[in-house]
Ligand binder design. Structure first.
Ligand code: NDP
Ligand SMILES: O=C1O[C@H](COP(=O)(O)O)[C@@H](O)[C@H](O)[C@H]1O
Length: 491
């Protein structure tokens, strides 16, 4: 659906940072270029360094330089940007910021609406939200909304505290917790594939599905983020949020209607049905890894422990593989396997749904092994869906052979897919919170993940245990082999 965003002032806290420059400005530009942004918008960039408006706009133009459009468009876009030097720790700065926004609202006729985007370190989220209220920035005449970046806490307790803190200023309807995977086109497609096709939903259960596999692998190591990552690890960085969100979408019941509350309710039910783990059984369900040195594309690369900001004997995992069991009627007995890690063989996010074998193989006398049917949802880098079927070989015999049916999204639709942040910015400006994470989902996810963190913190791992450029430690393969399965590495 083509929608234009309403008039609004977008206030970006952390306007000089990496996220703002790499993701937010290009995404806003794409919305603008595609005619989605209201002409009555302004962006107020907020950070400590003393930039002039002109310097700030030059930074914005640099961040959109990759778009080879008419430079007049770049200029016009940048003219909506204004900079306000601001230190989040100085209360008086909030008062000045309020006056600045009010003045701009009049200039841009922005309708009194305010979107506050927290692109700053997480320790600022709570205090800024509180100060926005105490200093009157949420007393505007239109709506006000808060966009919160990850990480949302580092465990159940800290997430609860943060929810309570921001809840004193913003109601749940006003809070948009970002999980950028929910803005990816093929993740959004999971719901459509399941609920708009008569051929999948009847099979989408433990009678027909043997297992589900989610792989989210990266080539990059921790690069410049060693300090953050060493405190986090792959479990908190990827599993608590992106992976559990994908599982919820794959496993949820059809919502009564496509209303954000109904969708979130169904997703939360999946999280409530996860088989709980404790220290005694975590090792049966989850394995961890950390990359050592190795070769990537023929180039020698260093181990995780040699990265900047990482402790010399770090016990932090850069890889997780696990088995989730969803103990409800639909999914009892179906393992949901996941693996995610840095410095793996390729950059790819892929979901494989493996169907159960047929009761008998009619072709075995002719020497045929029948492969299981697979439905593969390719999230990135290529976007599409592939079905693996068996069909007759071109031959005189009735030999069966695996064939694939491909749907390649970019080729079929002949349009450039929108970026995840572009989709999510569009949604929150339009007040659609379906693709954002509800406080209950956050709490349930941490509740599950905390048990694994506790078990792992209590026991030092034998790291490093996988070489850079590989698919993780052997234990990840053994996890599936114990159930008679293997990872499908689809090219
Ligand atoms: N970068 C990424 O790809 C991703 C980031 N995130 C999350 O987004 C958030 C921002 O990350 P990122 O952009 O990488 O961080 P950066 O460190 O690059 O940016 C931090 C920003 O905060 C500003 N800042 C720091 N202290 C203050 C202060 N006291 N008052 C006002 N502004 C301040 C900095 O500007 P100045 O120094 O001028 O004050 C800078 O603009 C984090 O929560 C991160 O976890 C989430 C997913 C991906
Ligand atoms: O949130 C995060 O995601 C990225 C991976 O995102 P993708 O869109 O490139 O798949 C990951 O690199 C990062 O560590 C994590 O914080």
């Amino acid at each position: 659906m083509t929608r234009n965003t309403p008039k609004a002032i977008i206030v970006i806290f952390g306007a000089t940072g990496d996220l703002a420059n790499r993701k937010l400005y290009p995404s806003l530009y794409r919305l603008y270029r595609n005619g989605k942004l209201s002409g009555n918008f302004a962006v107020v960039g907020v950070a400590r360094r003393p930039l002039t408006n002109e310097e700030f706009r030059n930074n914005v133009k640099d961040s959109i330089a990759v778009f080879k459009d008419d430079l007049i468009d770049h200029e016009e876009f940048a003219s909506h940007f204004h900079y306000n030097p601001f230190d989040a720790q100085h209360l008086s700065h909030y008062h000045d910021l309020d006056a600045f926004i009010t003045k701009l609202d009049k200039i841009h006729d922005a309708g009194g609406n305010r979107l506050f985007y927290m692109a700053m370190a997480p320790n600022f989220f709570g205090p800024i939200a509180a100060n926005l209220k105490s200093q009157g920035l949420t007393d505007n005449k239109g709506w006000s909304r808060l966009v919160i970046e990850k990480p949302f806490g580092r465990n159940f307790d800290t997430a609860q505290q943060l929810n309570e803190q921001i809840g004193q200023t913003f109601s749940e309807e006003q809070i948009y917790r970002i999980d950028h995977y929910l803005g990816k086109q093929m993740i959004q497609n999971i719901e459509i594939v399941r609920f708009a096709n008569a051929m999948f939903e009847p099979l989408w259960n433990n009678q027909y599905i043997a297992n589900v596999q989610i792989t989210s692998s990266e080539i990059l190591g921790v690069e410049e983020r060693g300090r953050y990552y060493d405190e986090s690890g792959a479990l908190r960085d990827m599993v608590q949020n992106h992976i559990l969100q994908m599982i919820s979408l794959l496993a949820m019941e059809p919502p009564a209607k496509l209303h954000p509350d109904e969708v979130r309710y169904e997703k939360a039910k999946v999280l409530r049905s996860l088989r709980p783990l404790d220290e005694s059984n975590v090792d049966q369900y989850f394995v961890r890894g950390q990359y050592g040195d190795g070769k990537m594309n023929g180039v020698q690369v260093d181990s995780y422990r040699s990265s900047n900001g990482v402790a010399e004997n770090s016990n932090t995992e850069t890889f997780v593989a696990g088995k989730f069991m969803i103990d409800n009627f639909r999914w009892a007995g179906v393992p949901f396997y996941i693996r995610t890690g840095k410095r793996m063989a390729k950059k790819s996010t892929e979901i494989v749904v493996q169907f159960k074998d047929l009761p008998i193989n009619l072709y075995k006398d002719k020497g045929n092994v029948i492969d299981p049917n697979l439905l593969v949802i390719r999230v990135q880098p290529d976007e599409g869906i592939t079905m693996h079927l068996n069909a007759k070989k071109t031959d005189y015999e009735t030999l069966s052979t695996p064939i694939t049916m491909h749907y390649d999204k970019s080729i079929a639709e002949e349009v450039e897919s929108p970026e995840a942040y572009e989709v999510l910015l569009n949604d929150c400006l339009n007040g659609d919170s379906t693709s954002f994470v509800h406080s209950e989902e956050v709490s349930l996810s941490w509740n599950f993940v905390d048990q694994i963190s506790k078990a792992w913190a209590a026991k030092k791992a034998d790291f490093p245990n996988y070489a850079s450029g590989t698919n993780g430690p052997k234990a990840a393969d053994e996890l599936l082999a114990a159930d008679g399965f293997h990872w499908w590495d689809i090219d």
